[in-house]
Design a protein around this ligand. Structure first.
Ligand SMILES: Nc1nc2c(ncn2[C@@H]2O[C@H](COP(=O)(O)OP(=O)(O)OP(=O)(O)O)[C@@H](O)[C@H]2O)c(=O)[nH]1
Length: 550
């Protein structure tokens, strides 16, 4: 990989020297075919700060308004040893070792192209190479910041002109887009996301970078964005805290800024150093299963629409309210002293005895959904590539998810059974008042107690109770799924791993390391592959020697 990057860098350098910059050419150019990384974002979103941070040098001009007014093509070159230095394409051979002078030259050469007006832009790129033992071989392009309106002194076309410059870089399929969005603005207004979505709608070559996390309003956090729930990309989002303007003014150096950034994330209650950033794909996958984006959630609807209604149907209340049963319950309720004036005292007993049987199917539905969620979670975890590499973390992750699901299930059982208890605890008397019935045979309390044990009377009671129980059962048939969806499905989507993340956040570095121990087979495979690569490289060198000696 490193060899490949070095090769691409060398090719880009050759293009630059030979004047092939890709722009304004009707012929296909080598430059366009080479991979590059473009830094895109709204004005003052933090693009230059991110680049400064990657390079580890304070070398880009800063200030208010449009600061980056020409594309800056930045080649980073790793050297084995020696002092850091920079070289401009327009001053080939002149080594800049003073990075303040580099910053000044970027400003001056921008002015030379656009005129002294700080409000104009140009599409002609500046080429800058930086050499350092601390760098990796990469080519990055800093682009003018996207803006929404032209300000005083700027041509009306400036908004479109900047978009055109940016688009000309990022529309190339070989361009990786580093899309910079500030966390203190709504992501829906992010220019970086708007432009990257236009050219890379599936987010396959866009890396989302969230700056200014330290400037977010109190009470808000960046979790939804960093976990890809606000805008999903194929690669994880990266959160950063760059130097503030005050830091720049007081010359806080890059090392101190980086330490402060680490400290910020280490002390942020919801962030964990690395762990939380590794996990979102699995978490997203669980949420997608539950949302029906991936298969699995239809099994939950099957419980609600088919299994629960069928189980309630099977209860057969008519059988429970047969005349023999009604007589038995009434006789038991009367005891040695038959009720003289309050036959309605039997009703709660009769109703409760029927409704209590609903608890069976209700509990079964809670259990069934719990099992489905457990399967979905296991499936999502096993599909998560990053977790395959770390068996201990995967194990802990899985245990935490199951434990959390079990707590939700237990809680859900209580709430669902309480729904049934509530129905038993209070009867809607109005329902009975409105029932079309023969008052003389049924609920008339003044009726002689001797008539009350007659079959016709008991039939009437059974029929009244059956109507009522059927009505309640229909209500519960609707409210039980709601209770299950609320307490298990939505709760799992919302907070399945919250407890786990908090626990993870409390762990020390060493404890985290034990979680990230790799699968021994995988380590062995990597060692074998590295050996094989070494062998191939040696073989390639041999072949080259033979070829050259011909
Ligand atoms: N507090 C804080 N300030 C930041 C952060 N990132 C950038 N800034 C500040 O935001 C301002 C703009 O940052 P730049 O990096 O110049 O932004 P830019 O996108 O390159 O700006 P243009 O090139 O003008 O479009 C500067 O004052 C930075 O110090 C951050 O993460 N936290």
């Amino acid at each position: 990989m490193e060899n490949l990057r070095a090769l691409v860098n060398r090719l880009q350098k050759a293009c630059t020297t030979l004047g092939d910059h890709g722009e304004n050419s009707t012929l296909p150019t080598l430059w366009d075919a080479l991979p590059s990384i473009a830094v895109v974002g709204g004005q003052s979103s933090g693009k230059s700060s991110v680049l400064d941070s990657i390079v580890g040098r304070d070398f880009l001009p800063r200030g208010s308004g449009i600061v980056t007014r020409r594309p800056l093509i930045l080649q980073l070159n790793r050297i084995d040893q020696g002092r850091d230095y920079a070289e401009f394409g327009h001053h080939a051979g002149q080594k800049f070792t003073d990075f303040v002078a580099v910053r000044r030259e970027i400003s001056d050469t921008t002015d030379r192209e656009t005129g002294r007006s700080k409000k104009l832009i140009s599409s002609v790129p500046i080429y800058l190479s930086i050499y350092s033992p601390k760098l990796v071989n990469l080519t990055l392009t800093d682009l003018p910041g996207l803006t929404k309106v032209a300000v005083e002194g700027q041509p009306e076309s400036i908004v479109q002109d900047i978009e055109n410059i940016v688009r000309s870089f990022i529309e190339k399929p070989n361009c990786i887009i580093l899309a910079i969005s500030p966390a203190n603005q709504d992501l829906a207004t992010s220019d970086a996301i708007r432009m990257s979505r236009e050219v890379d709608p599936r987010g396959e070559r866009t890396i989302g970078v969230l700056t200014k996390i330290d400037l977010m309003d109190k009470g808000t956090d960046a979790i939804d964005i960093l976990e890809g729930r606000s805008y999903k990309l194929q690669f994880p989002w990266i959160g950063v805290v760059n130097r503030s303007q005050a830091d720049i003014n007081t010359s806080v150096d890059m090392i101190a800024a980086r330490l402060r950034e680490q400290e910020y994330f280490a002390n942020s209650p919801l962030e964990t150093p690395g762990g939380r950033h590794q996990i979102p794909d699995s978490w997203n996958s669980i949420a997608e299963h539950l949302d029906g984006v991936r298969p699995g959630s239809e099994k939950v609807s099957n419980v609600f629409d088919n299994l629960l209604p069928a189980a309630l149907e099977k209860l057969r209340f008519e059988k429970q309210l047969s005349m023999d049963n009604v007589r038995k319950i009434i006789t038991e309720a009367d005891g040695y002293q038959p009720h003289l004036l309050a036959p309605e005292k039997w009703y709660p007993r009769l109703i409760e005895s029927s409704l209590a049987t609903i608890k069976g199917p209700a509990e079964a539905a809670v259990e069934a959904v719990h099992r489905i969620l457990k399967d979905l979670v296991h499936k999502a975890i096993s599909e998560t590539e990053e977790l395959k590499q770390y068996p201990s973390l995967r194990n802990k992750f899985s245990l935490a998810a199951v434990e959390s699901l079990e707590q939700m299930r237990d809680e859900n059982k209580k709430t669902t059974l309480r729904l049934v208890d509530m129905e038993c605890g209070y009867l809607n008397v109005d329902f009975f008042r409105k029932l079309p019935q023969d008052i003389g045979k049924g609920g008339n309390p003044t009726q002689s107690i001797f008539d009350r044990y007659k079959d016709s009377y008991l039939q009437q009671v059974a029929s009244n109770v059956l109507s009522y129980v059927n009505m309640v059962c229909a209500t519960l048939r609707n409210s039980i799924p709601k209770s299950i969806a609320h307490s298990q499905v939505c709760a799992a989507k919302r907070s399945l791993l919250d407890h786990f993340f908090v626990e993870l956040g409390r762990k020390e570095g060493k404890q985290l390391d034990t979680l990230l121990d790799e699968d021994p087979d995988l380590i062995q495979r990597r060692i074998s592959l590295a050996k094989r690569l070494e062998l191939y490289n040696a073989a390639q060198a041999e072949i080259d020697t033979v070829a050259w000696s011909k």
